[in-house]
Structures are given as structure tokens and as C-alpha cells.
Write a protein that binds this ligand. Structure first.
Ligand code: 6PG
Length: 240
């Protein structure tokens, strides 16, 4: 686990955007393309806006970038809670990303079918080898969930690299999520977490005893890749 801790959120976002650019350039130079899974929730909005800004948009060969999603809420694509919509408004549309370079989870389908179709799209994209994202961006909930790997859900025990549907009791809502094995096949994983309300969850995941049912983000440990944590001082306040 590589920790990158900064005083302010703005510094975290710039460091993360710089990291994104390096990962993209390395992947495109090595394999001609960069496959990234975007995180959901509210934290990524400022990162998306920064990457689409004049300061960064010229640093990445966007036509070689392919966008996936770490998870999705079971809501229509035009719902304010939809992660794809959030990314489309702040990043994909401003950058003019071609639709065939974006792989949204089809929430018009029932959750289990949407997960199956998404798994097939990922498998088709990566072809015969293992599905290996170049970068998976992840947030962290204050209950130590990441993507839609929520505490005490059956998806935590799924041992295959796939996308799965999960009903989240505490939200009374269905989600579709990448499984931990699929995330852990990535070349790099980057958590970005800021705010004092996340400090205890960060400690649970990075310091406290292993209890993956309670703290699912502990499952994330890329097999051959690197796990990076981009934190502001507030979110890192409980770290030794
Ligand atoms: C989602 C996300 C989820 C998110 C955390 C943090 O769809 O909600 O994928 O894992 O990253 O809940 O969310 P915030 O950034 O809004 O705090």
C-alpha cells in the first residue's frame, strides 16, 4: 500500500490527476490503450472536472482511453444517482469521448442480467487473457465499503473475476459491482479518500485487524499491481 497524503483536497486531486496521466501514458506506450474503471459517488466529480480542464486535458491521448465503471446504482442512466451520468457530465462529454470507448452498466436490465452483460463486455474487451484493468479508481465509504462491496454481503465471497449484482440491505437498493478478484487483477488501484468523516474507515482498512466482512476495502490488494491511497490530512488523521 503506497500512501500519498496531502494537506488539502486540491493537492490530493492534483496528485491523483498526475498519477492518472502517468498510468495512461505508460499503458498507451506499452499496449496502445488505457483501460480505466472509474469510481462512483461524489468524490470523483472534482477529479473528472480537473482531468477535463485545460490544465490536464492535453496530457492524455483520450482516443486511446477506454472507460469502465467500478460499480453502478440500479437507477436509470439519467438519474442523478447514476455513476455513469456523473462521469458523462463531468468528464466524458467535455472530452468528447466516443460512445464505443465507454462501457456503462445497463441498468435498464434487471440487476443480475445487467451484471452478466457487463461481465461479458469486460471479457470481450480483454479477449483471451485475464481481464486486467490498467487502473481501477476507488472511493471508500464511511463503513469501509468500496465500489459496491458492502459489509456482510455475499459478493464479498465471490472468488471469480466478474461483475455481480448485490442487494444492499442498509440502502435497500440493488447495485452492480466489480468483484474483489477482478479489481485485484488490475495493474494499479488508486483509492482517493478525503474528509474527516472517512478517517476511521481509513484506519479500519489500513491499520486495524483483518475483518473483510466488516471492512470490505481490506479485500483490495492487487496481485501484481500497486495499491495507492491518495488521502487528505483529514482522512489520514487516524493513521499512526
Ligand atoms: C458508489 C461508489 C462508492 C463510493 C463510496 C464513497 O457508487 O457509491 O462506488 O464505493 O466510492 O461510497 O462515496 P463518496 O465519494 O460519495 O463519499
Amino acid at each position: 500500500m503506497l500512501q500519498h497524503i496531502f494537506d488539502s483536497v486540491e493537492q490530493v486531486l492534483c496528485a491523483l490527476a498526475d498519477f492518472f496521466v502517468v498510468q495512461a501514458r505508460q499503458a498507451i506506450a506499452a499496449r496502445g490503450r488505457f483501460a480505466v474503471a472509474l469510481s462512483g459517488g461524489s468524490s470523483p466529480v472534482k477529479l473528472h472536472e480537473l482531468l477535463a480542464s485545460d490544465a490536464y486535458r492535453g496530457q492524455v491521448a483520450w482516443p486511446q482511453v477506454y472507460f469502465f465503471f467500478g460499480d453502478e446504482r440500479d437507477v436509470p442512466a439519467d438519474d442523478p444517482q447514476n455513476n455513469y451520468r456523473m462521469a458523462r457530465l463531468a468528464l466524458l462529454d467535455p472530452l468528447g469521448i466516443a460512445p464505443n470507448h465507454v462501457f456503462p452498466i445497463n441498468t435498464q436490465l434487471p440487476p443480475a442480467e445487467a451484471a452478466q452483460v457487463y461481465t461479458e463486455a469486460i471479457t470481450d474487451f480483454f479477449g483471451s487473457g485475464p481481464a486486467q484493468f490498467d487502473l481501477v479508481l476507488l472511493g471508500l465509504g464511511d463503513n469501509a465499503h468500496t465500489a459496491s462491496l458492502f459489509p456482510h454481503t455475499a459478493v464479498l465471497a465471490v472468488a471469480i473475476a466478474s461483475a455481480e449484482a448485490v442487494f444492499v440491505e442498509e440502502l435497500q437498493a440493488d447495485r452492480i459491482t466489480l468483484t474483489a478478484p477482478l479489481i485485484n487483477q488490475a495493474r494499479a488501484v488508486a483509492f482517493f479518500v478525503f474528509g474527516a468523516d472517512k478517517a476511521v474507515a481509513v484506519r479500519h482498512v489500513l491499520v486495524d485487524a483483518r475483518d473483510v466482512a466488516e471492512y470490505p476495502a481490506q479485500l483490495i490488494a492487487p496481485a501484481t499491481g500497486e495499491a495507492h491511497w491518495f488521502l487528505d490530512a483529514a482522512a489520514a488523521a487516524e493513521l499512526p
